[in-house]
Design a protein around this ligand. Structure first.
Ligand SMILES: [Zn+2]
Length: 534
């Protein structure tokens, strides 16, 4: 038999139930050709075989982000925008100082900042139009909320973006107006928020931004990433950069006003594929527009984000609108994925999915729900019975865990926020995600958080919703790949699959769960080729 191109010896964490741990793995032409004992693999070593020993480390499948925004994050984390996210800046005064200094630096080109979060950066001024205009009287200023679901913009930014008091709201999103009907400097939800960012996007600079982003993903151990708000305008640049991709991309195109896409479900290849259509029901817990069956608490925290006391939030779409959107794409064979944080939004979406499946039956539909902060046990069971899976934003516990319980929703609802435990109990294949740039791409931390549910204060939020490290690993590898229709080619270390692998400084199953977040990514391989290494 021919010699392998690469052999890795050491602890092999396969995520393959038939053989959870092995001692060595052999790779040829980008694919895994053998996994087993050292003796089994010995015969694959030839004179030109590169061999690597993990030492006290571990090799496991390349990590999979089932709900990312890499094409947007490439812009957000580039030099063109200032990163004021709470993960970067916790102090409100620093945020305000960053705004003033960026306005001074950019002048008429406009200042763009991303990451405003009044819940974690306590003491931020109220971002009224008056305040925004006082920060930047003559030049554009756009501040994107950390959730990505809201933006604050001054009068000059509105002029540059061509938005006036008469501009109609794009479907599912809106521009805020004051009592006189004038713009109040707020925009909510994707279409309205994106319309303000256009001025920051320079097509010529984009390839370099995306190259940096791919590097960041590889450093985090990722080899596959979804883009959950794909805009067809990115197709040409992705085509142009095809040979430079070091991460497999699986994109969900945003549903658009014409409710159509240029693609058909059979498209792309193993590096890039549009796998579905993304739809939205509600918004973000941090700006008050998620669709809940229970009210937000009346606290300093809810007042700081402008939530009306007693409010249960709201949906951004009507049931009729979603029926129309699903009815336009689903019969053409597209999988769908729906953003829904509040529990009151889950049943309408499941009703719509159930009806679609009755009218246009499909065996392998892999319909998805995204984030699902407040989903109930009964709703999880109903979703699982329909074959619908959830991608769960468990990292919220790490950053907002205390605020969720004390500031927003109370103990009963806060303790079961992002209920991974209830979800896996139904037998559902879940994924964990970071929704980057909302939280940084940190799949290893997700595994820690899902297993420990530790909030910033150190307390454990709803221990009954913890899952095991093994379950959490599946949710960042094979089960995430399943949701992206890629589990046949990646997600576990098995003969025939691509050799997408990450080498960690220890076996995550052998260290205390809270330490997994800080394991070092030593090397990342895409199809047997090293794309990152220390
Ligand atoms: Zn998202």
């Amino acid at each position: 038999m021919p010699a392998a191109d690469l052999v890795i010896n050491g602890t092999v964490l396969t995520v393959d139930d038939a053989q959870p741990t092995a001692e060595a793995i052999a790779v040829s032409d980008g694919r895994i050709v053998a996994v087993g004992s050292r003796a089994d693999i010995e015969s694959w070593i030839g004179p030109d075989t590169q061999t690597l020993d993990t030492g006290d480390g571990c090799v496991m499948p390349g990590l999979v982000e089932a709900h990312g925004h890499p094409l947007m994050e490439a812009i957000v984390l580039s030099d063109r925008m200032v990163d004021i996210r709470p993960v970067t800046m916790s102090d409100a005064d620093d945020v305000v100082a960053a705004i003033h200094s960026e306005v001074a630096k950019r002048g008429s080109a406009g200042a763009f900042l991303v990451g405003w979060d009044a819940l974690l950066q306590t003491g931020l001024p109220s971002p009224t139009l008056e305040w925004l205009n006082s920060c930047a009287p003559d030049s554009p200023l756009v501040i994107i909320h950390n959730s990505g679901h809201k933006a604050f913009f001054n009068t000059a930014a509105a002029a540059v973006a061509g938005i006036t008091r008469d501009t109609p709201d794009p479907k599912g999103s809106k521009y805020g107006h004051d009592a006189n009907g004038d713009l109040d400097g707020t925009a909510e939800e994707s279409a309205a928020v994106f319309s303000l960012m256009a001025a920051a996007i320079d097509a010529g600079a984009y390839p370099a931004m995306l190259r940096d982003e791919l590097g960041r993903l590889n450093r985090a151990g990722l080899t596959t990433c979804s883009e959950m708000a794909f805009d067809g305008a990115f197709r040409p640049v992705l085509e142009q950069m095809r040979d430079e991709l070091t991460v497999r991309l699986r994109v969900y195109e945003m549903s658009n006003p014409s409710m159509s896409t240029d693609m058909t479900p059979a498209n792309g290849d193993d590096m890039f594929r549009q796998v579905g259509i993304k739809i939205w029901w509600d918004g973000s817990p941090w700006i008050g527009n998620i669709d809940l069956s229970f009210p937000y608490l009346d606290t300093d925290a809810t007042r700081s984000i402008g939530v009306t006391p007693g409010s249960c939030g709201h949906a951004n779409y009507t049931r009729e609108q979603l029926v129309e959107i699903v009815g336009a794409y689903f019969p053409k064979g597209w999988p769908m994925s729906c953003h829904v944080q509040g529990d009151a939004g889950v049943d309408p979406i499941l009703d719509i999915y159930e009806d679609a499946l009755k009218r246009w039956p499909r065996d392998d539909h892999r319909l998805r729900l995204e984030h699902v902060g407040a989903i109930s046990d009964a709703q999880l069971q109903r979703a699982h019975d329909l074959g619908v899976t959830c991608s769960i934003f468990v990292d919220q516990i790490h950053y907002w865990g205390d605020i969720i319980v004390d500031g927003l929703f109370g103990t009963e609802h806060g303790n079961r926020w992002m209920p991974c435990g209830s979800a896996v109990k139904t037998g559902m294949r879940i994924s964990l995600h970071n929704d980057p740039p909302v939280t940084p791409e940190e799949p290893l931390r997700n595994i820690s958080v899902a297993a420990t549910r530790t909030a910033p204060s150190g307390r454990v939020i709803g221990p009954e919703q913890c899952i095991t490290v093994e379950q959490a690993i599946r949710a960042q590898t094979i089960d995430a790949a399943y949701q992206l229709f890629a589990d046949d080619i990646i997600g576990s270390l098995e003969v025939g699959k691509y050799a997408d692998m990450v080498v960690l400084s220890a076996d995550p199953r052998a260290v205390p769960p809270e330490e997994i977040a800080d394991l070092e990514v030593r090397a990342t391989f895409l199809a047997g080729k090293q794309v990152y290494g220390v």
